[in-house]
Write a protein that binds this ligand. Structure first.
Ligand code: SF4
Length: 344
């Protein structure tokens, strides 16, 4: 392994008076005096310059099926080198990976194995993964590291995928979007109050990111973790489904994911999502005109297959993260309908 030794000065920030800086990486736009860290706890003003404390400090690296991200319509059936550093710009009560995402805030330090961007490319090449996914925690807060890897990946013919909360600044979108091939964005709720109280963020910037991705023609899938009693009303699910259809199109896959209280950060007393609620959400998505709605975290569910939007045939069969059967040209084997797959 090649070790990364230097502190990395952040790409997106502005210097203000008296050694104060404003971070422009995410919509929190933290204004930081000398010595202060941002809300994410992985960016720090040191003597009037903003540094990424997590640059190159890898806390997770796996080779995953792309379906696990989840991405069902982009490079289906391939593996993706998946990486993360510690930290997050949100603090979701429902987080299922909170030791990593909230670690820097809780423990006050950033742990990780130091690995240079070019080493990541080498690992992807050695393992023949056609893509790199920036995932598990929140790529927004390791955007500098991700950006350096993304540039090298593009040169090497690898695709870049962000699995993200979508809480990006305009500046971040402009920095990374030319190198981004696909994204799965969490649309956690359609309520600003929910985003504020249970995520430590805001809804509007997330909606803006989704619209910007559409405008830039970057393949986007949406995930909603359904939490009983918090974001599972008919009204809210309808609003989410209608937003997806209206703003990014009926061909956008919507992943409705089952929540588990036991592994969450602060929702331990909330029961797991009932299957009936997931089925209700599925029907709402379909009724809103979405062609591809999927239920996640329910192994063996019938609703993780792709049903042809024209003839209703079970066109792509999945079990968990594996594809059992699909037409190699990405069409419905029964009627020939295009299933909106981006194949490698
Ligand atoms: S990335 Fe966001 S949360 Fe972190 S310092 Fe910058 S503006 Fe603040």
């Amino acid at each position: 392994m090649i070790l990364y030794k230097k502190m990395h000065e952040c790409f997106l920030y502005k210097k203000l008076k008296n050694k104060t800086v404003v971070c422009q990486n995410c919509p929190h736009y933290c204004v930081l005096k000398n010595g202060q860290k941002g809300i994410c706890a992985v960016r720090q003003n040191i003597n009037g310059k903003l540094y990424c404390l997590n640059y190159g400090k890898l806390s997770a690296i796996e080779i995953d099926p792309i379906e696990k991200k989840p991405l069902f319509h982009f490079f289906p059936g391939t593996k993706s080198l998946s990486i993360a550093t510690a930290g997050c710009n949100f603090s979701c009560y429902s987080c299922q990976n909170w030791i990593l995402s909230q670690g820097p805030k809780i423990f006050g330090k950033v742990e990780g194995e130091k690995i240079l961007p070019k080493e990541i490319i080498k690992i992807a090449k050695e393992n023949n993964t056609p893509s790199i996914s920036y995932t598990y925690t929140e790529p927004t807060i390791f955007s500098d590291y991700a950006f350096d890897i993304m540039k090298l990946a593009k040169k090497s013919g690898l695709k870049n995928i962000w699995i993200s909360n979508g809480f990006w600044s305009k500046e971040l979108f402009e920095l990374i979007s030319s190198y981004l091939d696909a994204a799965n964005i969490d649309l956690k709720s359609f309520s600003g109050k929910f985003y504020k109280k249970y995520c430590g963020g805001n809804l509007e910037p997330v909606l803006k990111t989704i619209k910007r991705l559409k405008k830039k023609k970057i393949w986007t899938e949406i995930t909603t973790l359904i939490i009983p009693g918090f974001n599972d009303s008919k009204k809210e699910l309808k609003e989410i489904a209608n937003f997806i259809r209206r703003e990014i199109g009926s061909e956008t896959p919507w992943h409705i994911s089952r929540f588990s209280g036991e592994i969450s950060w602060k929702f331990k007393d909330v029961p797991d999502t009932p299957i009936e609620t997931l089925e209700k959400a599925y029907k709402i998505g379909k009724k809103a005109g979405l062609k591809y709605v999927y239920v996640g975290n329910v192994p063996g569910s019938e609703l993780e297959h792709t049903f042809c939007p024209r003839c209703g045939f079970k066109a792509i069969e999945r079990i968990g993260y594996s594809i059992i059967r699909r037409d190699k040209e990405g069409k419905c084997p029964a009627c020939g309908e295009n299933l909106n797959l981006i194949l490698n």
